[in-house]
Design a protein around this ligand. Structure first.
Ligand code: SF4
Length: 362
């Protein structure tokens, strides 16, 4: 069942990353980054397709040299999701990927060097309607800011961001979004809060080098969650030292928890205990695997016994309440009994029938 989010989002200007709007009233987009060698076109395309399959809105690809830029051109032809190219320093790479169809350039104007080079990149972006992402990172702050602040602080990150923004301002280029990433949650949150009130551009949220799968997911959920609850954030990336597909899944889980986005099955499951009438954990795991392909939003409750079963099952689109007998609920009402042996099949069948019914109504 639909829960509206109580969060009031910060007003931001909307930019387009390919056909995906970022900022304004657009849904908060979820992105990830490939970790293949970009020059390996086949491997990179395979990974981008895997990310598309789990619902990635945007994918970033690192382009460290000219060979990678040429490979990017091939990759771009083979995938549909908008691609952000990650470039550091070398303006010629930015010009080349702009020609080859990049949907966004991640490049910091202050790092490009001479003014004619900055101008060249900005006019290539302007001519082709490509936005820029400024990415400030605590690990690579300018030397003079490191000296001035002694260590990366929120003010140091914001000052660095404002320098890059200033360069784009002077060239009258407003189509950009910005990130201020650090690996420390409080520092990141403070920096974004400070910048959010000073500019109107969309913000790309992330905690950098968040860690391995579990710790990184938790850290990102807390850091991004604090900002999202404040209404800050237009696109998010969860950085995990893990398969990028997991970054997309965790990203959507964060947004789903805050009712900011609904995509795919929202599984409400009890942790299970000795009262359970069927194996809740095994059922949930099997169901999650079978329904990986589903991108449409649907609330499904799987609850082990009558303590919480009927209540939760009534609130979900499809619900299973364990008991004697187990009852399957559809649209908030008990529908039919299901044996323990058929639970996963029965749930999948009911879910797919409900999705088909909704699709035929559209
Ligand atoms: S709903 Fe029932 S089975 Fe699940 S945790 Fe609660 S008491 Fe245990």
């Amino acid at each position: 069942m639909h829960h509206p989010s109580p969060i009031k989002r910060r007003k931001s200007r909307q930019i387009m990353v390919g056909n995906v709007p970022v900022g304004g009233d657009a849904p908060i987009s979820v992105q990830s980054m490939t970790n293949t060698d970009t020059r390996d076109v086949a491997a990179t395309v395979r990974q981008i397709r895997a990310l598309e399959a789990v619902g990635a809105d945007i994918v970033r690809v690192s382009v460290p040299d000219m060979d990678a830029a040429e490979a990017f051109g091939e990759i771009k032809k083979q995938v549909a999701v908008p691609l952000v190219t990650d470039i550091h320093f070398d303006y010629r790479i930015a010009l080349r990927v702009a020609e080859l169809g990049a949907d966004c350039l991640r490049i910091n104007p202050g790092n490009i060097g001479r003014e004619d080079r900055v101008r060249a990149v900005v006019s290539a972006a302007r001519d082709r309607n490509i936005p820029i992402r400024i990415g400030v990172n605590a690990g690579s702050l300018e030397k003079d800011l490191q000296k001035k602040y002694g260590e990366p602080t929120a003010d140091a990150l914001v000052e660095s961001a404002l320098r890059h923004i200033d360069i784009l301002d002077r060239l009258d280029f407003q189509e950009f979004k910005i990130s201020l990433k650090a690996s420390e949650v409080f520092l990141t949150v403070e920096a974004y809060r400070k910048l959010a009130s000073q500019i109107e551009q969309p913000l790309h949220l992330g905690i950098t080098e968040a860690g391995g799968f579990r710790a990184g997911a938790v850290k990102s959920a807390i850091g991004l969650g604090l900002l999202l609850v404040d209404g800050i954030g237009d696109t998010i990336r969860v950085s995990l030292a893990a398969d990028p597909v997991e970054e997309i899944r965790v990203g959507f889980d964060i947004l789903k928890s805050l009712h900011l986005r609904s995509k795919g099955i929202n599984l409400i499951a009890c942790p299970s205990c000795s009262r359970q009438n069927f194996d809740v954990i095994a059922t949930v795991n099997a169901l999650e695997q079978r329904l990986e392909d589903v991108l449409e939003p649907l609330d499904v409750a799987v609850i082990g016994c009558v303590v919480n079963g009927p209540g939760e099952a009534r609130e979900a689109d499809i619900g299973l309440a364990g008991g004697q007998p187990n009852l399957l609920y559809v649209g908030g009402k008990p529908d039919h009994k299901v044996d323990n042996a058929n639970l996963v099949d029965a749930l999948e069948q009911q879910i797919r029938a409900e999705l088909a019914r909704r699709a035929s109504k559209q």
